[in-house]
Structure formats: structure tokens, C-alpha cells
Design a binder for this molecule. Structure first.
Ligand SMILES: Nc1ncnc2c1ncn2[C@@H]1O[C@H](COP(=O)(O)OP(=O)(O)OP(=O)(O)O)[C@@H](O)[C@H]1O
Ligand SMILES: [Mg+2]
Length: 298
């Protein structure tokens, strides 16, 4: 046996790549997912059982369609029950960020309904929509901190906008949230975003997203642009929010590995439709050709 043929050696890897579209892909994906899930056991599986029993849909899209110049979303239906984390995956431009904007009611669907806590938000007035939006925390694509504000002011921003907490209460809350995301409040509060690493910026973005103690949190690409270690840290942080605060989340992500770790359900978007909605295990076991291709790189 040459070193090229050694397990995991270049020969094997070439063969793996060649086989990717076939059955072996599914086996490899299943293996990889088992490893991912095992890394978080037993807490994750306990959480899954608890959440699956939790019942009521907190966020629901019911046959939602939306077009700009061209159709973007068609007949999209899925729900996130209390305490669940639904991860929306799909190629670039398939409408993932648009789904979050519909949930925030920054956009209104052409057809179908969006329900939050069972309430149809499609036809709310601007003021009513603001009230619903206050139940939600948003972690924007690229963290999107206000560059001219300190870390403290960034995290305090939603508190100043949406609550009547006094200065002492605001400071206590900002410290609590920074601590929750494993940042040293004394060290970072007066820093400017430009002085932070990418991972720290994402954490500050999460601290700001949870400052209001929201029932639901929406994340747009929380791990994009991060190295694998920092991606792991942010993924664990999102899982800690589910576990310790019981929040319901919708996470948009390109990163299928971290998606599988945190998802109770995965929604896969393709050509304007949700072509799969189910648990990571069900997705890994799917025979659908597009799903297998999508997971091929995992
Ligand atoms: N306000 C808008 N006006 C016109 N077209 C829009 C608008 N917002 C989004 N689109 C179009 O809708 C489609 C979906 O965009 P969206 O940003 O939701 O994709 P995405 O899945 O989040 O992509 P990415 O993974 O690159 O972030 C794209 O074709 C985009 O050009
Ligand atoms: Mg996007």
C-alpha cells in the first residue's frame, strides 16, 4: 500500500470526492452528523425531547409568497415551536434574509400569513408591528454594530429605545448580557467596535440582540467569516441561550455543520420553496438528490 492509498491519504480523498454524489455521501453525512450530535450529548438530546414536547408555534409562516421583480419566496410554510431553533439554510440569494425580514415585519408577504404567538402580523398597523417586534431580538448579518458607539452604548441601544430603565438598571443589564456572552464587561465596555476581533464583535451583536430579554431571537449568519474555533464558540453560545433562557430562534446560516449542532429543525430553501423541513437526523437520512448534493460538502 502506498502512502497515497493510506486511509485518509490523497488517494482516498480523491476517491471520496469522486463518490460524493452517490450512496457513500449519505453514509459520510450520517457519520459526520452523529459525531456532531454526540459532541453535545446528552444535553442536546434532552433539550430536543423537551422542546419537541413544548408544543405551540411561536413563529409560523403559512403559505407565504413574496416577489420583488421576480418571485423570491413561494408557498413557504414552517413553524418554530416554543424553545425550538429552526435553522434556515440554502444557497446565496434564495431568500433567507428575506424570511427574517418577514418575521420582523419589515416586509409584508404578497400572499400567505406570518403569525407570532398565534397572532397574524400581516395586517398590523406600524405601531402594532413595533410592539410585536419588541418581543424579538435580532442579530444582524455581519454583526452590524454602530461603529461610532462604544460597546456599552451598542448593547444599551435597544434598552434606551424600547424600555424606561434608568441608567443604573441599563448598566446592570449591559454587564449581565456581556457576561452571558463570555466577555469581560470592565475590559470591553468602553472599547469601540473597530478594536474588537470578529468573534468578539459577533458576541457583542448577540449581547445587543438579547439585551431586551426577547422571547424570540433571529440570527442572520451568526458564524459567517469566523474561523472554525470561533464558529464553535458562537454555536455553543446560541445553544446556551436555548438551554438557559428557553428562547425560540430562527437562525439563517450557510454553515451546515453548526446548523446541525444547534437546530431542532432545518428548513432548506431551493428555487423559492422549502424543499425540506425536519430534524437534522431526518435531513441526513434523506434520499432526495438535491439534499444529498447540498450536504455533499459537509
Ligand atoms: N428590497 C429588495 N428589493 C429587490 N430585491 C430584493 C430585495 N431584497 C432582496 N431582494 C432579492 O431577493 C433575493 C433574496 O435575497 P436575500 O437577501 O433574502 O437572500 P439570502 O438567501 O439571504 O442571500 P445571502 O445568503 O447571500 O445572504 C435576491 O435575489 C435579492 O436580490
Ligand atoms: Mg442573507
Amino acid at each position: 500500500m502506498t502512502s497515497d492509498d493510506a486511509p485518509g491519504g490523497p488517494g482516498t480523498q480523491r476517491r471520496r470526492a469522486d463518490d460524493r454524489a452517490r450512496v457513500s455521501t449519505r453514509t459520510e453525512v450520517r457519520e459526520a452528523i452523529r459525531t456532531e450530535i454526540a459532541a453535545d450529548a446528552p444535553t442536546t438530546s434532552e433539550m430536543r425531547v423537551r422542546r419537541e414536547n413544548a408544543g405551540m408555534p411561536v413563529i409560523e409562516l403559512d403559505h407565504v409568497s413574496l416577489a420583488f421583480d421576480e418571485p423570491v419566496l413561494e408557498e413557504i410554510s414552517f413553524a418554530a415551536n416554543e424553545g425550538e431553533t429552526v435553522v434556515v439554510v440554502g444557497e446565496s440569494g434564495t431568500g433567507k434574509s428575506t424570511i427574517l425580514k418577514l418575521i420582523l415585519r419589515l416586509l409584508v408577504p404578497d400572499k400567505g400569513r406570518v403569525l407570532i404567538d398565534g397572532e397574524d402580523i400581516t395586517h398590523l398597523s406600524f405601531e402594532e408591528a413595533l410592539k410585536v417586534r419588541q418581543k424579538m431580538g435580532m442579530v444582524f448579518q455581519g454583526a452590524a454594530l454602530f461603529d461610532s458607539m462604544t460597546v456599552f452604548e451598542n448593547v444599551a441601544y435597544p434598552l434606551r429605545e424600547h424600555t424606561d430603565l434608568n441608567e443604573d438598571e441599563i448598566e446592570a443589564r449591559v454587564r449581565e448580557k456581556l457576561q452571558f456572552v463570555d466577555l469581560d464587561a470592565d475590559q470591553v465596555m468602553q472599547m469601540m467596535p473597530a478594536e474588537l476581533s470578529g468573534g468578539m464583535r459577533k458576541r457583542v451583536g448577540i449581547a445587543r440582540g438579547i439585551a431586551n430579554n426577547p422571547e424570540l431571537i433571529l440570527y442572520d449568519e451568526p458564524t459567517s467569516g469566523l474561523d472554525p474555533l470561533t464558529t464553535g464558540t458562537i454555536t455553543r453560545l446560541i445553544m446556551k441561550l436555548q438551554r438557559e433562557l428557553g428562547v425560540t430562534s430562527v437562525v439563517v446560516s450557510h454553515d451546515i455543520r453548526s446548523a446541525f449542532r444547534m437546530a431542532t429543525k432545518v428548513a432548506l430553501l431551493y428555487e423559492h420553496h422549502v424543499v425540506f423541513f425536519g430534524t437534522p437526523e431526518e435531513m441526513a437520512g434523506s434520499d432526495n438528490e438535491y439534499i444529498r448534493d447540498f450536504l455533499g460538502g459537509f
